[in-house]
Design a protein around this ligand. Structure first.
Ligand code: AQP
Length: 338
């Protein structure tokens, strides 16, 4: 249930940790664009401080941040309407994160599956930042008193932790200061899977480039990746029940539904009975028609570095105007002399 004591405000972020994938686009970006309307105020961030929880080459980080900003705008985020900025220009994020490091419990963070997946067997060697990542994410959201956070399915657990941190802070200091944020995880695009393995998330860090569609891929590359996408030997069913236990088939149908803004049921209604090779051809055409204009615009804007930096600087000023009084009030609640 939405916390009605707070003004409807959307926050979400993406790491500038390498090229954007179709997963980022359908699970995040496309949905960010659709929330850019009344009653919401929208704040979107390039979370560069999250990206450095694993090693980033400085030149690439700078380029990736600008490319990501171009990707936001090319996908339809209007920097005049939404506040668009990079995290490290707004120090209030890390200031509140420190406070949340004292609110979150070790046990809570130890249960985060993303940490377990990323650290693997190497827990002793990963950065402290990778472990504390969800406390910074909670600060990113709550420093704006955001009420809604559109994310992909993979971020659900981090959002629950954000709610736990807000609840504990409000309880410990006997206030109703931080909203209990609502995750917005809806539609067919919230869990886009690898094109090579229907049980694995499509991810920018997957070693196989054939596993994902990048927003910078050419029409030929998109076409090739979809043609080579793993499928099973049965054809497409007309009913949802026919997709059970077929992760690769579900994935392609979900991608089609999300790209064309129709329900999975309607997709099956239209394509049920056809072969995968036919369906892949239609899906390729759809993907190219939706992604190519974004890709072209993104590559044009990426070269406009002065303009991108100006947009990010202006966005950071707007973000700080909201974040700064919330941080000041947080310090007051805690008992810090300012
Ligand atoms: N495959 C996906 N399906 C749906 N949504 C996805 N998102 C990411 N992958 C998928 C959503 O994109 C937003 C930003 O994610 P991120 O780049 O900040 O981090 P991530 O989730 O760790 O993405 P990657 O591609 O897997 O990055 P790496 O490989 O660097 O770890 C989030 O809302 C996420 O849910």
């Amino acid at each position: 249930m939405t916390d009605t004591a707070f003004k409807p405000r959307v926050f979400s972020g993406i790491q500038p940790s390498g090229g954007l994938t179709l997963g980022n686009y359908l699970g995040a970006m496309k949905r960010f664009v659709s929330m850019q309307a009344e009653p919401f105020e929208t704040i979107y961030c390039m979370v560069d401080l999250h990206a450095i929880t694993v090693w980033q080459n400085p030149t690439e980080l700078r380029d990736n941040t600008r490319e990501l900003c171009a990707g936001f705008i090319a996908s339809g985020i209007d920097p005049e309407v939404s506040t668009l900025f990079n995290q490290s220009q707004v120090p209030e994020h890390t200031q509140l994160a420190w406070i949340f490091n004292t609110v979150a419990r070790m046990g809570w963070l130890s249960r985060m599956t993303q940490f377990k997946d990323k650290a693997g067997k190497n827990k002793e060697a990963v950065s402290v930042g990778l472990f504390a990542y969800p406390a910074l994410m909670a600060a990113d959201i709550l420093i704006y008193h955001a009420t809604h956070v559109p994310v992909g399915e993979d971020q659900k657990q981090h959002l629950e932790l954000t709610r736990d941190i807000a609840t504990k802070f409000n309880h410990d200091y006997k206030v109703n200061f931080f909203p209990i944020t609502e995750p917005v995880i809806e539609g067919a695009g919230t869990r886009v899977m690898s094109l090579r393995d229907g049980l694995k998330k499509m991810s920018k860090s997957d070693p196989s480039d054939m596993s994902r569609i990048n927003l910078t891929d050419s029409p030929e590359q998109i076409n090739l990746k979809i043609q080579k996408a793993r499928t099973d030997s049965a054809g497409l069913p007309s009913e949802l029940s026919g997709l059970e236990g077929r992760p690769e088939a579900i994935n392609l149908v979900n991608i089609y539904a999300s790209l064309s803004d129709i329900s999975v049921e309607r997709v099956l209604n239209e394509v049920g009975g056809t072969s995968f090779s036919e369906f892949k051809k239609t899906l390729s055409e759809l993907a190219v028609s939706k992604l190519s204009p974004i890709s072209k615009e993104m590559s044009r804007l990426t070269k406009e570095t002065t303009e991108i930096d100006r947009i990010l600087g202006r966005g950071a000023e707007r973000a700080r105007a909201i974040a700064s009084p919330i941080l000041k009030k947080t310090y007051e609640i805690i008992g810090m002399i300012q």
